[in-house]
Design a protein around this ligand. Structure first.
Ligand code: THU
Length: 163
């Protein structure tokens, strides 16, 4: 038996102002998208903005449903829109921010597991990392250089039996 240690390195920024202008702009777009989220049930609004290699910024927000599992997270709304409308276009960065109707969230809030898996599909497919910047409503911003840093032991198409 051998033990393997998995390590992840994340960058933590004290505030948005420490980041390059392009990333600040992307976070700004995610904040605007967040405020338009449809989250009447959880009152937890999430906004995502991703920048494509052709310069396009695609945004998404969470869309809830009275039949709860029928809703979708902000990250998947954004990444599926990008996949549907800009197929094959490389995703460079993704910014993520949240806002609760119950309290101010200043803890950086990472994507849920299902969204990490969905994002991994595109990162693996493009062969280049997607840098992710996530935050709460205010406060620190965390950067992970790759979805792999948030999803070790990634499951991808290489595990599927080839037809
Ligand atoms: N949510 C997202 O949009 N992204 C995540 O990564 C985590 C959760 C949404 C789903 C639901 O509308 C609300 O946040 C509460 O879970």
């Amino acid at each position: 038996m051998k033990k393997h240690k998995l390590e992840t390195y994340l960058e933590v920024y004290d505030s948005i102002s420490e980041l390059p202008d392009t990333i600040q702009n992307l976070i700004n777009k995610a904040q605007q998208a967040r405020d338009n989220a449809y989250a009447p049930y959880s009152r937890f609004k999430v906004g995502a903005a991703l920048e494509l290699a052709n310069g396009t910024i695609v945004t998404g927000n969470n869309q809830e449903n009275a039949a709860f599992p029928s809703g979708l997270c902000a990250e998947r709304v954004a990444v599926f829109y990008a996949g549907a409308n800009y197929p094959g276009e490389r995703i460079l960065h993704l910014a993520l921010t949240v806002k609760s109707g119950h309290k101010v969230i200043n803890t950086p809030t990472p994507p849920c597991g299902a969204c990490r898996q969905s994002l991994a599909e595109y990162e693996v497919g493009q062969g280049q990392p997607i840098a992710l910047y996530f935050m709460g409503e205010t406060g620190k911003v965390v950067k992970s250089g790759s979805i792999r840093d948030l999803l070790p032991l990634i499951f991808d198409s290489s595990f599927l039996e080839k037809l």
